[in-house]
Write a protein of this length. Structure first.
Length: 214
């Protein structure tokens, strides 16, 4: 049986924003997607990128927008205008099922791919009946918004569970991903690995990405 394709998605959270175009160019030949972490200071305690920072960024990489915000429906237009390939929102930010379905439908009209994310302590049962409606499930392997956290190995069974329930869905992981934890995630069934420090924190970014890909 052939090995599944593994997508590597560098997150610009650890890039040098004063030279963002150069930073992105340094990983563009080796990466598959580029993740933009959007934090609002409410859903998570930190603040990060808005669309104005990105409107002049040139890249061939598909943009993967991770909305860690309290009101993802209200932020959809500004990031869809950047021709985002994928937009992911958190199930915890939109707890009502009808609202989740409406947002999934709205993202599908704007983007090629829609994702739903769950935090480490959120069970897969919270999104199980949505798995046929999304293209991607993001299993967070740290609590979003806090840097320097240890990779949560207790999330690995959730990755395997999503894989079993919805083998057609791309499973993305984010948080504490390096060569060692990437291997654990791939073995559990993840096919899209997000990394920030382990890529942008090293000089040999090609080697870093190849190590994550396995």
């Amino acid at each position: 049986m052939p090995k599944p394709r593994i997508y590597i998605t560098p997150s610009i959270l650890s890039a040098d924003l004063s030279r963002l175009q150069e930073e992105v160019a340094s990983i563009e030949p080796y990466a598959d997607w580029l993740q933009i972490d959007v934090m609002d200071g409410h859903f998570v305690p930190n603040l990060s990128f808005g669309a104005p920072l990105l409107k002049n960024l040139k890249t061939r990489l598909p943009l993967d927008i991770h909305l860690m915000v309290k009101n993802p429906a209200e932020r959809l237009e500004e990031f869809a205008a950047l021709h985002a390939h994928n937009i992911t929102f958190h199930a915890e930010a939109v707890p009502e099922r009808d609202a989740q379905r409406a947002l999934i439908s709205a993202i599908k009209k704007k983007c090629k791919s829609v994702g739903i994310a769950i935090n480490p302590d959120t069970p897969t049962s919270a999104i199980r009946d949505l798995l046929n409606n999304v293209d991607l499930v993001l299993c967070m392997t740290v609590v979003p918004g806090f840097s320097g956290q240890k990779f949560r190995e207790d999330v690995l069974p959730k990755i395997a569970e999503v894989k079993k329930c919805a083998p057609q869905v791309m499973i993305q992981v984010d948080g504490g991903i390096d060569a060692q934890t990437a291997k654990l995630c791939r073995e559990a069934g993840a096919t899209n690995l997000v990394a920030a420090t382990s890529i942008f924190g090293t000089k040999d970014r090609k080697a870093a990405i190849e190590a994550l890909r396995g």
